[in-house]
Design a binder for this molecule. Structure first.
Ligand code: ADP
Ligand code: MG
Length: 389
């Protein structure tokens, strides 16, 4: 789950990360009042779940309360396009007003999980404000990494190592160390998969602050963070993924092609994607129904897949283990009865109760396209999608 900058700042601030003073404004009048409180000079910042807002015109300085109100009106409601939003951009519905900081240096700091070591790593770079992907591509030696032992936590010597690498010496070391360990603590406490400060700034008067903050929370850990539930912003998420989550289907991933996929198991999902690509097609999504033995769930799943206007064919690839093929077959039949548009369905069914499943589909008389094995199923799905497109 992604959250907004202002929410991430509230969280990391609770763990000792210094952030600028600021508040969200709902109206131009409120923006003016907040700017007044903050001493007049502020930054007006669009809150969307995408980076690159500054370059896209979503982060602007205002040097008086009146200007803050004016800039607020420009940013609130705008369709903000950044390199992360796609060409249509994202509508700005929340705006943060924050005190302007006198910036001397912009740095980069993040905590994430390193899949190679299976441990958190803290990454830092003196090239802040820039996209870290760009730094990694052009000057990988500018990125410093320390691996953290989760048992002992973020040790002072790791902070010192990063401080030296970033040139944060003398009086800057203490506040920088506090910020680093605060960021690590927030990352662990909230089961984050990423906590990123870009830029981390040193001010002209010697303070070290997080000017931007980004946090992604591991969806699989959300059940133990009821306090984070309210931070979900469904307007920022893909509507079909939201619909899936509301039906209790957590394994639905939207992609860019035109073949919808109903599968069971992550490995089968990957193999199905590969087979579709190999057959010359592109998956529109995949939905992993896991071990659900519930006709209604199968119907919900197929409806969610079909609700994407890009979907021109659906490939059902089920290897029944705990999930029974006859239940899946009933779901396919029921969904065909309920669905307003007739999207061709290709079914490759195997495993538990497959004979009963086959019989149900045969006797339903519905035009379900049958396939014996995966390669054949993918080919038929690609053909059906082409014919329908
Ligand atoms: P994004 O990463 O989406 O572009 P940031 O929050 O990083 O958004 O803001 C972009 C740039 O705007 C920063 O790199 C910084 O130079 C400037 N900026 C952001 N917040 C402030 C602030 N409170 N005071 C001064 N400058 C700011
Ligand atoms: Mg930023």
């Amino acid at each position: 789950m992604k959250i907004h900058e202002f929410q991430a700042k509230q969280i990391v601030a609770q763990y000792g990360v210094a952030v600028p003073k600021g508040r969200v404004a709902a109206t131009a009048g409120e923006a003016r009042a907040i700017a007044q409180e903050l001493g007049g000079k502020v930054v007006v910042k669009a809150q969307i779940h995408a980076g690159g807002r500054g370059k896209g015109g979503g982060v602007k300085l205002a040097n008086s309360p009146d200007e803050a109100a004016q800039v607020f009106s420009q940013i609130m409601g705008m369709q903000l396009v950044t390199h992360q939003t796609g060409p249509h951009g994202q509508k700005v519905k929340t705006v943060l007003i924050e005190e302007q900081m006198p910036i001397a240096r912009e740095l980069y700091l993040a905590v994430l999980i390193d899949s190679a070591s299976g441990r958190p790593v803290m990454m830092a770079s003196a090239a802040g404000g820039m996209e870290i992907e760009e730094v990694a591509a052009k000057t990988p030696e500018a990125i410093h990494r320390v691996t953290i032992d989760p048992v002992t936590g973020f040790q002072p010597h790791l902070a010192r190592e990063l401080c030296f690498a970033l040139g944060l010496t003398g009086d800057l070391m203490k506040p920088a160390t506090q910020l680093m360990s605060g960021l690590y603590d927030a990352f662990i406490a909230k089961d984050a998969s990423l906590a990123e400060i870009n830029p981390l700034v040193v001010t002209t008067d010697g303070r070290v602050l997080a000017l931007d903050a980004k946090m992604n929370i591991d969806d699989n850990a959300l059940f133990r963070h009821k306090e984070l539930e309210a931070l979900r912003d469904k307007d920022e998420e893909d509507p079909s993924e939201v619909a899936a989550a509301e039906k209790g289907i957590s394994n639905f991933i939207k992609l860019d092609g035109n073949i919808g996929c109903l599968v069971n198991g992550a490995g089968l999902a990957m193999a199905t994607m590969d087979s579709i690509k190999f057959a010359g097609g592109e998956p529109a999504n995949f939905l992993d129904i896991a071990t659900a033995n519930d006709v209604n769930k199968v119907v919900d799943a197929l409806k969610i897949i079909a609700s994407d206007p890009n979907v021109k064919a659906i490939l059902v690839n089920i290897f029944g283990g705990m999930a029974r093929v006859d239940v899946i077959a009933q779901g396919i039949i029921e969904a065909q009865h309920q669905m307003p548009t007739a999207i061709p369905v290709v079914a490759r069914l195997a495993g538990t109760n497959v004979e009963e499943g086959e019989r149900l589909i045969r006797e339903s008389g519905l035009p379900v396209i049958r396939a014996e094995e995966l390669g054949d199923a993918a080919k038929k799905a690609v053909e059906a999608a082409r014919a329908a497109a």
